[in-house]
Design a protein around this ligand. Sequence first.
Ligand code: MG
Length: 211
Amino acid sequence: MRPTGKNPPQDKQTANYPDVAFFDLDYTVWPCYCDTHLSPPFKPIATEKQQKNGIVTRVVDSYGYELEYFPDIPRILIDLHKNGVKLVTASRTWAPNIAIELLHMFTIQIEDGATSNAPNNIISLYDIFDAFQWGDHSKQHHINNALNELYPTVDGDNNKEKKKNNLRVVLFDDERRNIEVEKRKGCKFVFVKNPDEGLTWEIYQEYLKSL
Ligand SMILES: [Mg+2]
């Protein structure tokens, strides 16, 4: 089941939203390097209320290390999702298997009216993303790969190719060097400057206002 934005809502505000949003993971979505800080298996830690409704914002690993995703992440992902933006992870972690496990374990509650068959509209972080890019490549490479996956074209289909090259794309990332993605036309780099806060609603809003 993948209740994501395959059918964008009619009210998509194309003027104010990108077509595709890329998310770095470590220190952008959660405050750790998942290839060095964590040892699976993980268990969810939930308050009584969270246990009741199935939301998992915090997990603990086999050594007792606790990890919680940054607080504004659900709100940002949901806002993009409901506005028809495709969501992609772009991570150079050496442990994609650990990151994938976390993405499956963490859950968020999407709003009423969103396309979802999930009980209480609670879905995993994994299920809100449309595509995933891993590996020790540049973020530019991740972006190009994902766009080819999301917008496949056949040889000679110049219109589609042109459309793909004109997409509005954003990368949220805590490593400033990844600003090089702006070499791609239509691609904006948004720097996540504070590793203790990750991507915040404020940074996100500033970006949207710049569009
Ligand atoms: Mg990072």
